[in-house]
Each structure stands twice: as structure tokens, then as C-alpha cells.
Design a protein around this ligand. Structure first.
Ligand SMILES: C[S@@+](CC[C@H](N)C(=O)[O-])C[C@H]1O[C@@H](n2cnc3c(N)ncnc32)[C@H](O)[C@@H]1O
Length: 404
């Protein structure tokens, strides 16, 4: 096992919530690589110039609008857009990849105060399984966030191996995702990010229904961390008996041995959120602890029978391409939402210093008078939901509530 060059500080950190809004932004190195890739797939022959991003958009606009319409008209019962053509997979890359990178990053960041970083960062091999990977938004965002976290805790010079496994039924997506992750990791190595990174990427063109994992689906080696990601795919299979049953079998395996993390993300709309929460309630029985949004081994999801539901809110410091897409689609994705759960089968990942964590799950506004609005926070301590009045809104759904 490779040791960190500098030991983690033993000084106790303040793990209470930061009440200032922090917009989540995608790293410069990620964006630079991503723009180059988009340019390559757009088919232009000349060298990339960031001033030409609008040309990329022009080329893909009708199909971006088509995907957007499909998401918005049929979101509650989304049966899945067929991305298996270069036109649609490229348009997804241009229009929808980066906001999903930001959503994943926001969720990863929310996990940080809830974990014990020393346990989490000690591995020298990370097995990533991105199921329904699409253009690789979530797995590439995991790698970027993981490297940032290593940097923050000063694991400089660390040798690290990423074994990335990409599963999707759409072959064009597999090509794009593989290209994105390999070019990003090559750039990181070239720029001397202060890590020695080795990587391998395997692709599996398969439906979830017929995906049969081999023995490398889960590693029980002490130096290996298993990371499983299902980004915006459960909502597409949850109503299909065969797909959802096979997905649940895979999830059961994930909990079985080794040290594993499972990231589940879906749209924040009512039906997909409640379906994902019910799924999470079922799968904790296989031996998972919940790391986010509730903070310990709770099965309850108290909002399940109510009109309200639990999801993550975050702000996104939009990059140039997303700004252009938002302008033409007349959308505003500087505020992003996602329903998400992070589970682990390894209790050593849990930050035990975080005593009785309370998460903000809702905030109906109570208008007191014309000049002042009071916020009634809806809070969850993992077992109970309760209300608390506050004078101003400063927290987002999914953040830890700071007790004054
Ligand atoms: C909305 S996209 C999300 C892509 C990516 N995970 C992300 O976060 O951007 C859903 C992906 O799941 C894939 N997918 C949907 N149903 C599937 C199934 N039954 N088997 C395999 N892949 C599936 C689609 O091809 C698509 O790539």
C-alpha cells in the first residue's frame, strides 16, 4: 500500500455546515480536455479555438432540443432516449454532459464532511464501474473529484491505478466515454499533477438486463476500493421488471465483499426521486450504510408518503459551453438538482466525529410580513423529520444543518 507523503492533520476540523453558498465549478483541466474532445467529435478539421464553441452548438442544436423536449415532456415515465447514433450521443455530450458532471461533483462534495478521509483516500487502486455510463459524465467527475480531494489532503506523489469499467447499451457512448477518460488522465499525467497515474479502461456493450458480471466486478483486496455509479439510469429501468431485478442483483453483489461505495443519481422530480428512495430502502438490507443524504444506517425515508420528497440542490458556476446551451434552450442551469444517495458497505468510511448529523431536506417559506420572510427548515436526523424556524434562507437541500 502506498503511504501518503504527508500525514493527515490530526487537528480536529470543524465539520459543521458552511452556510455560504458555494457554486460548484468544474476544474480547468477537466474543461480544457472536454472542449478538445467535443471539438474532435464535432468533425471540424482546424485546430480548436475556444471562441468557436458556438460552431459546435450550431451543429448539434436541433438534436439537443429534441433530447431536451423528450426529457421534459416524458420525465415522470421516462422510458429511455435511444442514444445509439453518433448524432444523439454527440448532442448529449454537448448539451447535457457538463451539468451532470457538476451534479455528480456537488454530491461528492456533500459526502466529504460525512466521511473519514484517511480511510477513504488510502487505496492505491480504484475499480470504477459506471453502469449506464453514457458519455462518462459521472465516472470522469468521480476521478476529477477524487484527485482534487487527494490534493486537498496533500497526498502528493501518490501512485494510483484507476481500473475503469464502462457499461452501456449504446456503443457510441462507450467510445466517447473511453476517449474522454483516457485523454483526461493522459493530460493529468502530462501536466505533472503530482500523481503517478496508471489506468485501464474496459467497455461492455450490454443492456443492464443481460449484463453478467465476472469475478473482477468486485475486489476484496485490501488496497483496492470499489466504486459503483449509476447516473440517471435507474429511472429508465425501474419500471421494467427484468432490468430492475438484474440491477438489484448487481447491487446485492456490490455490498457483498471488499470496500465499496455506491453512487445513485436520478432526476429530482417527484416520481424518480421517490422510486430511488424506495430502492435505497430495500438495498440497505444487503449490508449498506447510507453516507448521504442521511448520515447513518437508517432505512427510513420519512418523506416517502408525503407530498414532499428528498433531493439535492446545488449551484453550478457554468462554463462557457453550458452558458451557450442554456441561452438557446432558454434554460437556467446555474441551480442544479438531483436525487442522490451514496451508500457504502464499509463503516470505517463514516466520519464518527460528526455527532448526530442533521440534514436539510425541505424549506417551505413562511411569509411573516412584506419585508421579511422566515424560513421553516424541514430537517432530518436520519430517524425523524422535524421543523425549525430560521430567519433567512442560507442552506440548500442536502446540506448539513448547522446548529447555532
Ligand atoms: C440519461 S443517460 C445518463 C448517462 C450518464 N450516466 C450520465 O450521468 O450522464 C442514461 C444512459 O443509460 C443507458 N441505458 C438506459 N437503459 C439502459 C439499459 N437497460 N441497459 C444499458 N444501458 C442503459 C443509456 O444508453 C444512456 O447512456
Amino acid at each position: 500500500m502506498v503511504q501518503p507523503t504527508k500525514k493527515l492533520s490530526t487537528k480536529k476540523k470543524d465539520t459543521s455546515a458552511d452556510t455560504t453558498y458555494k457554486a460548484c465549478s468544474i476544474s480547468e483541466s477537466y474543461l480544457a480536455n472536454f472542449y478538445q474532445l467535443v471539438w474532435k467529435y464535432s468533425g471540424y478539421k482546424r485546430a480548436f479555438d475556444p471562441k468557436n464553441l458556438d460552431l459546435v452548438l450550431k451543429r448539434s442544436l436541433p438534436s439537443i432540443a429534441e433530447i431536451w423536449r423528450s426529457y421534459n415532456c416524458d420525465r415522470e415515465s421516462l422510458s429511455g432516449f435511444n442514444f445509439n447514433t453518433p448524432k444523439y450521443s454527440f448532442s448529449y455530450l454537448v448539451g447535457f454532459h457538463l451539468p451532470n458532471v457538476a451534479r455528480f461533483k456537488a454530491v461528492f462534495d456533500r459526502m466529504i464532511p460525512r466521511i473519514n478521509p484517511e480511510e477513504f483516500l488510502k487505496y492505491d487502486t480504484v475499480n470504477i464501474w459506471d453502469i449506464g455510463c453514457g458519455s462518462g459524465a459521472c465516472s470522469s467527475s468521480f476521478i476529477d473529484s477524487f484527485l482534487e480531494l487527494l490534493d486537498r489532503y496533500q497526498y502528493k506523489g501518490k501512485s494510483l491505478k484507476f481500473k475503469v469499467h464502462l457499461v452501456d447499451r449504446a456503443s457510441h457512448f462507450l467510445t466517447i466515454a473511453q476517449d474522454l477518460i483516457s485523454s483526461y488522465l493522459d493530460t493529468i499525467n502530462l501536466n505533472g499533477y503530482s500523481y503517478n497515474i496508471e489506468y485501464s479502461i474496459s467497455t461492455y456493450r450490454s443492456s443492464i438486463e443481460s449484463f453478467t458480471p465476472r469475478s473482477d466486478f468486485i475486489s476484496s483486496k485490501d488496497n483496492e476500493l470499489n466504486v459503483y455509479i449509476a447516473g440517471y439510469v435507474y429511472n429508465e429501468i425501474s419500471q421494467k421488471q427484468k432490468g430492475s431485478a438484474q440491477f438489484e442483483r448487481l447491487v446485492k453483489k456490490m455490498a457483498g465483499s471488499g470496500s465499496s461505495l455506491l453512487f445513485l443519481l436520478d432526476p429530482a422530480n417527484q416520481t424518480p426521486s421517490k422510486n430511488l428512495a424506495s430502492f435505497k430502502n430495500r438495498i440497505v438490507n444487503y449490508g449498506f450504510y447510507t453516507l448521504y443524504p442521511c448520515s447513518f444506517e437508517s432505512k427510513c425515508c420519512p418523506l416517502l408518503d408525503k407530498k414532499d420528497w428528498c433531493y439535492t440542490e446545488a449551484y453550478f458556476k457554468k462554463d462557457r459551453l453550458t452558458q451557450l446551451v442554456d441561452k438557446v434552450l432558454k434554460t437556467q442551469r446555474s441551480k442544479i438538482n438531483t436525487c442522490s444517495f451514496i451508500l457504502t458497505n464499509d463503516s470505517s468510511f463514516i466520519n464518527k466525529n460528526l455527532k448526530n448529523p442533521v440534514t436539510l431536506i425541505g424549506k417551505p417559506i413562511i411569509k411573516a410580513d412584506r419585508t421579511q420572510s422566515h424560513i421553516q427548515y424541514l430537517l432530518c436526523d436520519g430517524e425523524h423529520v422535524f421543523k425549525k424556524e430560521d430567519d433567512k434562507s442560507s442552506l440548500l437541500k442536502g446540506e448539513l444543518y448547522k446548529k447555532n
